[in-house]
Design a protein around this ligand. Sequence first.
Ligand SMILES: [Ca+2]
Ligand SMILES: [Ca+2]
Length: 427
Amino acid sequence: MPIARPTPPLLSAASVLSGLVTLVLALAGAPAAAQRVPAFDAAQPPVPQQDAKAQQLREQLRRVRLPAGFQIELYALVPGARHLAVSPAGDRVFVGTRRDTVWAVTDRDGDRQADEVRALAPGQGFVSPNGVCLTPAGDLVVAERNRVLRLVGASRAGTDASLELVTVVPQGTLVPPEEARPNHGDRTCRVSDDGWLYITLGQPYNVQPREKVALYERLGIGGLVRLRAADGSAREVLARGVRASVGMDLQPGTGTVWFTDNQTDHMGDDIPPGELNRITRPGGEHFGYPFIHGRNTPVAGTAVAPDLKDLPPPATWTPPQAEFPAHQAQLGMHFYRGRQFPASFRGGIFVASHGSWNRSQATGALLNFVPLQPDGQAGAPTVFAEGWLDQGRYWGRPVDVAELPDGSLLVSDDHAGALYRIRYSAP
Ligand SMILES: [Ca+2]
Ligand SMILES: [Ca+2]
């Protein structure tokens, strides 16, 4: 089938507007509701930190290969650790999971080693609270599979505190309930300085069937949406034509949204590539899926999506800024803001790859670094850290990358159940 050439993207204003109106009608939430909940349950013991597992992980971390001058160390044991949000002071890290828990990881004495790992706001019935992000005021936003909550002042809450819990998007209304499934149902989020909450929404299939394509483009499923972090109002679709993004960041200074997109399964060992994307026209771009993956790998009409044969592709689409090797599963990403690392890293992007499952030989489980060129486009990715895959077996699988105020990196690992810290000192 013909594939549209990658030209500057443009959806008609009418189609964007009609999609937006439909979306608002379909998904406008009730007014944000608030209640008070205990920040922690003192009767629930914290996660033990100094045990045999910690010692084993410290040994295994010696196998991780890094550029000269970098060291990696265990920061905390955190079961099922997924996406990360670091408090402005750096003394607390919130960690999402695909289970029913959001963790608060606290470093009381500022020695860059966690002292306490506790479940935050237990008893709230979290369902895959994978996405965590902080507002400028220090509220924690929790993006679950099909609900969004905001915990006011969570960054500063002590063990005995209570928190105001605000429902930003009521249960069952982030996406239509029949579209909320475990497959690609893990959200990620960011909040901009001006109060917009950005959320990635994976589409729940390997490739969506024909009858879902128009619906998903209208709702931003297989895309990104934004809404007001205060109350969930003013929702709009930011990006369409995405398969399953599980990572994004806002570029410091510009606020431009960049995001990863995961590869289609069952197309063979070496296609299609993974993607890093940049939104240059919020709401007006199509990123190619399910018509094409990467820069030039057709999907619609191939063996994984025969029913999409002859479905008209968008007139224009936006190719990725960078491609990654097939099936490595790029998840979290982070613009490096600090000054601890050498100058060549500043302003570039770290990307966590979770590692393949849909490949005859496993690959991935590493961190990539993607530099930005002077014109703002991405340069070629390089491997920054690897070694979690040992003789075909994973002992760890990176999920997300974040940064402490001193410019060191945190890496989450949902396989080992841990956070690591990577720091630099000149060799
Ligand atoms: Ca500490
Ligand atoms: Ca794409």
